[in-house]
Design a protein around this ligand. Structure first.
Ligand SMILES: [Zn+2]
Length: 299
């Protein structure tokens, strides 16, 4: 803090003030000419470099936010609009609003599957492409076991499992009402053709393996991969695939993160993992421009 004591008695010395102001003006002029001359090269190379102003863009990757331990809460997903279908997080903590209903449910027959199942129309083309790719890969084909499920259906399903297994075990394999990705209308459960149900051994079959390796190419992501129970909050489900679109599926695949980790980060930071914030700064630096750290994004 500068606190110039007010002079007592005589009025302020304006002559002295003018002198100070004049000196300031001379200094400003002097600096101006120094800078101009440095740009015109009058002072030689050394000086010119020292006065260069550079504009640099620094990018900072937003630090990954990791999801908390699995908890059974009833938070509402932030991106819960039907238009946010690809990035809506649905897990043991985040639920969809009670009134959530996909607006464009259609029969899965458009993708060559049984008409008793419904998915959002935006899934049809890639679900069909996936089915054709399975055929082209010459691995055994699959049928659907589940697709869109209403919140009421899920409530009944969970109650059944809870009666059978108790809450803790039921919750590791079945979502509570409102917490199932099947409400989105973008998620399907596969089963081997001819089988009435599916279990974890499906993951060891040629088709189960093929799906884990290639489904992302058609926009599908395995939500609950093997060995990730602590992060996904569910047992390994080699049959449960959620459609997020090809672009996002490729990004998720490249990130090496599970879907929950990926979407959790997006939910709490507002940006997908690997996104960076840019800051443009102008600065006067000595010597050559700094060329480090440009455009680095997490892959
Ligand atoms: Zn499922």
């Amino acid at each position: 803090m500068y606190q110039t004591p007010r002079p007592l008695g005589p009025p302020p010395n304006y002559t002295a003030r003018r002198a100070v102001a004049a000196t300031g003006a001379v200094l400003v002029l002097y600096l101006f000419f120094r800078i101009v001359s440095s740009f015109t090269g009058d002072d030689g190379g050394e000086e010119r470099l020292s006065a260069e102003t550079t504009t640099s863009t620094s990018t900072t990757v937003v630090a990954l936010e990791t999801p908390p331990a699995c908890e059974y809460l009833d938070e509402q997903s932030i991106f819960a609009d039907e238009a946010d279908w690809a990035r809506t997080i649905v897990d043991t903590a985040y639920a969809l609003p009670e009134a959530y209903e996909p607006p464009d449910l259609v029969s899965a027959s458009g993708a060559g599957y049984s008409a008793e199942f419904r998915v959002r129309s935006l899934v049809i083309d890639d679900l069909d492409a996936l089915r054709n790719a399975i055929i082209a890969a010459d691995v055994p084909e699959v049928a659907l076991l589940a697709a869109y499920r209403t919140i009421e259906d899920q409530e009944a399903l969970f109650a059944l499992r809870e009666d059978e297994l108790g809450f803790a075990d039921a919750a590791k394999g079945t979502a509570r009402a409102g917490h199932s990705e099947h409400h989105l209308g973008t998620t399907v459960d596969f089963r081997p053709i001819g089988a009435t149900d599916v279990d974890q051994s499906f993951g060891d079959t040629a088709t189960g393996q093929w799906l884990e390796d290639h489904s992302w190419e058609y926009g599908f992501v395995i939500s609950y991969p093997e060995g990730q129970e602590a992060v996904t909050c569910y047992k390994y489900e080699p049959w449960h695939y959620r459609y997020v679109g090809r672009e996002l599926a490729a990004d998720i695949q490249a990130s090496g993160l599970t879907l929950r980790e990926y979407l959790w980060h997006w939910e709490v930071t507002g940006t997908p993992p690997g996104a960076s914030t840019s800051a443009v700064t102008s600065s006067t630096v000595a010597g050559a421009a700094d060329e480090s750290d440009t455009g680095d994004t997490a892959g």
